[in-house]
Design a protein around this ligand. Structure first.
Ligand SMILES: Nc1nc2c(c(=O)[nH]1)N[C@H]1C(S)=C(S)[C@@H](COP(=O)(O)OP(=O)(O)OC[C@H]3O[C@@H](n4cnc5c(=O)[nH]c(N)nc54)[C@H](O)[C@@H]3O)O[C@H]1N2
Ligand SMILES: Nc1nc2c(c(=O)[nH]1)N[C@H]1C(S)=C(S)[C@@H](COP(=O)(O)OP(=O)(O)OC[C@H]3O[C@@H](n4cnc5c(=O)[nH]c(N)nc54)[C@H](O)[C@@H]3O)O[C@H]1N2
Ligand SMILES: [Mo]
Length: 790
């Protein structure tokens, strides 16, 4: 009998469900009592560690227990007592491990030894650090051109690590520094500088305390940044409006019980989070926001006619903005019929949202992957800024734009040089500090790195964290292309699928996690991060390292550098590793405006904020003003929409995270808030679509991408699961569905893969083809139950 269940989740986010879920993973990872005690140090700056899950801001002063369900899971995951050492790799060949699920691979515990892949035996074998660095250095030196190598970084590593890594790549001679941000908030980094002259959020926690309206677009707070629910709960208690735009009804944005409040845990009360919830169509945001703007213009006209106070902030618009007239003309040119069709919302719904917006004096607009991972991600974010500008909701307390970042230090890595864009590099400072000429050509971003691996122009890949080959699009094309790489090096804490897709020379280099004590020649080292609100703080690991051989990430980079680069009298890598405060001095010299007096200011209670012109109404844009920017068109997706209206059997698929995963790390097979248990092999569909397409609940289908580039992309079996989602839309899990996403299907200009809008057709699978599909609860050892590429 199948254990897979679908049962709508009626309880609030947080609450007892959250407590049980944490207890579960602590048991499964066999976390020691000391490891459990670590939770008391989580998110306690200076002598505690920053959660390795999301990038949400940490309040000052800290709460006594300042972690959430998913933060506790991330700490448990890193502090498991399970180990994945040489015996494991002697027992299992790489070909065998390729049949294991992502869950099973990481469930083997922490990596403890540097490993080299031996193609003859098809096993990973332990090597000494010395020989690993010597061979990798020799391989890097043997490349024809530094641009043949990619230095990828996932958004977890600290500022010190990121700065060193960027320097290593540039001294080697390339700007090929893509990072996970290229799949994530890069649309933000392109959109916001043009609109308001900063690449990041303009708000701090103080603004959240003073706002009277939060307008949420495509961000799943309850799962992706649960600590933020505390700020939302407080905002609701003050009577603030929370208006949500999301094709799915996400539990965390509906109701919340604080699992750390005994009163709330013991009473049936929960806080209703959203005051309005708009289930728009996938990709309908630009039209929905345009509809709100249209309604605001109408309300403003009426206010003028009746001699009431204006709805638009005319003084702000005049003094601080550019492009208003063209914007107004464009918005007035849209018909309601057009806006309704594009957004999937009724005119009444858009007007209701606009009315709520006009009632608020101070509005914050948080958003996430529901906006960035679309073909028109950049333009939609700019449309959201337009909405804020209409009522002066920028650069005043309680108001602003809030891209909610993903990985815990992804924003900071960009700040200290992890970027493929040559124009963002402080070339003069680097030249002065280290006496070299930094490369002047742009490097590759994630999509371009994939293209380079496919066409053979990229020959070497160094991954500092992450699980690149699993996170990127077009799994079925990318995996075989990866095998043609000359060099594949992964600096990691746990075994993942990328390690099993080997190049000719492949290494796994195991490192310390951020929760662990980092002992160097001058003693225990601190490190720093920047959160989603631009707040920079110091931290220190608290757990004993998972193994004696583990090196810190800065130590690994230093040794790679020494094995690869000619000695540089102006750069003493060993001294930096012995004392990280010297790395911070170098950061302060490269980026003085943000990091002056870094070593002192990082110890300030509450940390320090980077300066952000837009939050002081100083606009570092080409016009010197905040810009209203018109979108080129309202259409959702020119890649996939051609003839879309006749294709009644094509659905738009979004790829999602469950509440039991962190990106490619699958903690378990339950998505509690969405009522899915024991499997990830599901496709969430509207009941009317199920009937219309001749399917029934629990049918197994294969999803096939509908694009005309001659490549067959299919994933299955997936179980048909009725869900509250608009007609014409469907949802499946990331990374299992990444084989459906073409690498060329990405946001214009930012090149963020359009993972939230994949056009798919469904094919019912016959019983024989699905015999292998036995969705089940994870247990060890267990083979793959992921929906395979079909
Ligand atoms: N527990 C946990 N926490 C995480 C992560 C994790 O995997 N697990 N990942 C981290 C990382 S790296 C990131 S980037 C963030 C990601 O966190 P989020 O930004 O929340 O990203 P997703 O969970 O992918 O999807 C966000 C929401 O977008 C909605 N959506 C999809 N399409 C559309 C659309 O067209 N319009 C609108 N308005 N909404 C849409 C989905 O229904 C979903 O609720 O979380 C970080 N935190
Ligand atoms: N279809 C689809 N694809 C997506 C997305 C989507 O929504 N849909 N989301 C995209 C987004 S937003 C992101 S950010 C990317 C995520 O892409 P990545 O950041 O590349 O992937 P992660 O799953 O976060 O990486 C997990 C691995 O990191 C390693 N690791 C963990 N901790 C540490 C550490 O402290 N140090 C080091 N060196 N290694 C460590 C472990 O070995 C683990 O296996 O995926 C993207 N891909
Ligand atoms: Mo992300």
């Amino acid at each position: 009998m199948s254990q897979t269940k679908f049962k709508p989740y009626r309880a609030p986010a947080g609450g007892w469900g959250s407590a049980y879920s944490v207890a579960n993973i602590l048991l499964r990872e066999r976390v020691s009592p000391a490891g459990i005690g670590l939770l008391l140090k989580q998110n306690k700056p200076i002598d505690g560690f920053a959660c390795v899950s999301c990038a949400w801001a940490k309040p000052h002063p800290s709460r006594p227990l300042s972690f959430c369900e998913n933060g506790a899971k991330a700490t448990a995951w890193e502090n498991t007592s399970l180990r994945c050492g040489p015996e494991f790799f002697a027992r299992h060949s790489v070909s065998e491990l390729l049949n294991w699920s992502d869950f099973d691979l990481e469930q083997q515990g922490r990596l403890t030894h540097p490993l080299r892949y031996d193609a003859t035996s098809d096993h990973y074998q332990p090597v000494s650090w010395d020989s690993a660095f010597a061979e990798i250095g020799a391989e890097l030196k043997a490349m024809d051109d530094p641009d043949q190598v990619v230095f990828y970084m996932s958004g977890r590593a600290a500022l010190e690590t990121a700065y060193m890594y960027g320097l290593l790549a540039r001294l080697y001679g390339t700007n090929n520094l893509p990072d996970s941000s290229n799949m994530c908030h890069e649309s933000t980094s392109v959109a916001l500088p043009e609109s308001i002259g900063v690449p990041v959020a303009t708000v701090t926690l103080n603004d959240l305390e003073h706002t009277d309206g939060l307008f949420f677009f495509g961000q799943n707070t309850g799962t992706s940044s649960p600590r933020m629910l505390h700020e939302l709960q407080a905002a609701r208690e003050r009577g603030a409006e929370i208006v949500t735009f999301n094709p799915l009804r996400e539990r965390g944005l509906e109701r919340f019980v604080n699992p750390q409040s005994p009163r709330e845990m013991l009473t049936p009360d929960s806080t209703v989070i959203s005051t309005q919830y708009h289930q728009l169509a996938i990709g309908g945001d630009m039209a929905a926001i345009a509809g709100m703007c249209k309604a605001l213009f109408a309300m403003d006209g009426l206010a003028i006619a009746e001699g009431r106070q204006r709805v638009l902030d005319v003084a702000f618009i005049e003094q601080h903005t550019h492009g208003f007239e063209a914007f107004e003309a464009r918005i007035r040119s849209y018909t309601w019929e057009q806006l309704e069709r594009r957004s999937g919302l009724t005119r009444a719904a858009m007007e209701a949202a606009a009315t709520a917006y006009a009632r608020c004096e101070r509005v914050i607009a948080p958003y996430g992957m529901g906006l960035t991972q679309h073909r028109h991600g950049v333009q939609t974010i700019q449309m959201l800024v337009n909405l804020l500008l209409l009522r002066g909701n920028m650069g005043k307390e309680g108001a602003g734009i809030l891209p909610v970042r993903g990985h815990s230090n992804v924003q900071g890595q960009r700040t200290v040089g992890i970027t493929e864009k040559a124009a963002k590099v402080p070339v003069d400072n680097l030249r002065r500090q280290f006496g070299f000429e930094p490369p002047s050509e742009d490097g590759v971003n994630t999509v371009e790195a994939c293209e380079g691996i496919l066409d053979g122009s990229i020959r070497g890949f160094i991954g500092l964290g992450g699980n690149f080959v699993r996170a990127i699009p077009d799994t079925l094309q990318m995996e075989p292309a990866w095998r043609k790489l000359r060099l594949s090096v992964q600096v990691s804490t746990k075994l993942n699928r990328n390690h099993l897709i080997t190049g000719e020379v492949s290494y796994i280099l195991p490192c310390l996690g951020r929760t662990e004590i980092d002992r160097q020649a001058t003693g225990e080292q601190r490190h720093t991060t920047e959160d989603s609100t631009g707040c920079i703080r110091a931290w220190r690991g608290a757990a004993e390292p998972a193994g004696e051989l583990l090196l810190s990430e800065p130590a690994i980079i230093a040794r790679l550098a020494k094995a690869t680069l000619a000695p540089n009298p102006m750069l003493d890598w060993d001294a930096w590793v012995a004392d990280y405060s010297l790395i911070r001095d170098a950061i302060a010299e490269s980026y003085p405006e943000i990091f002056h007096d870094f070593n002192v200011r990082m110890m300030e209670p509450g940390g320090f904020h980077r300066p952000l012109g837009a939050s002081q109404r100083r606009w570092d844009t080409e016009t010197g003003k905040a810009n209203f920017i018109n979108p080129p068109s309202l259409s959702m997706d020119p890649d996939t929409e051609e003839g879309g209206h006749e294709r009644h059997d094509v659905l738009q698929m979004m790829t999602l995270r469950s509440n039991d995963q962190f990106n490619t790390t699958v903690y378990g097979y339950d998505d509690r808030f969405r009522g899915i248990h024991g499997t990830r092999a599901v496709i969430l569909m509207n009941r009317n679509d199920i009937v219309r397409l001749g399917l029934a609940e629990n049918d197994r289908i294969e999803a096939i991408t509908v694009v005309d580039d001659g490549v067959h992309r299919a994933v299955g079996p997936l179980r048909v699961t009725p869900y509250s989602i608009p007609e014409g839309c469907c949802a499946g899990y990331y990374p299992e569905c990444n084989a459906l996403l073409p690498v060329w299907h990405h946001a214009e200009r930012s090149k963020v893969p359009a993972a939230k809008s994949i056009p798919v057709r469904l094919r019912k699978m016959i019983a024989a083809a699905v015999a292998g599909d036995v969705p089940r609860q994870p247990s060890r050892p267990q083979r793959s139950e992921q929906p395979g590429p079909a």
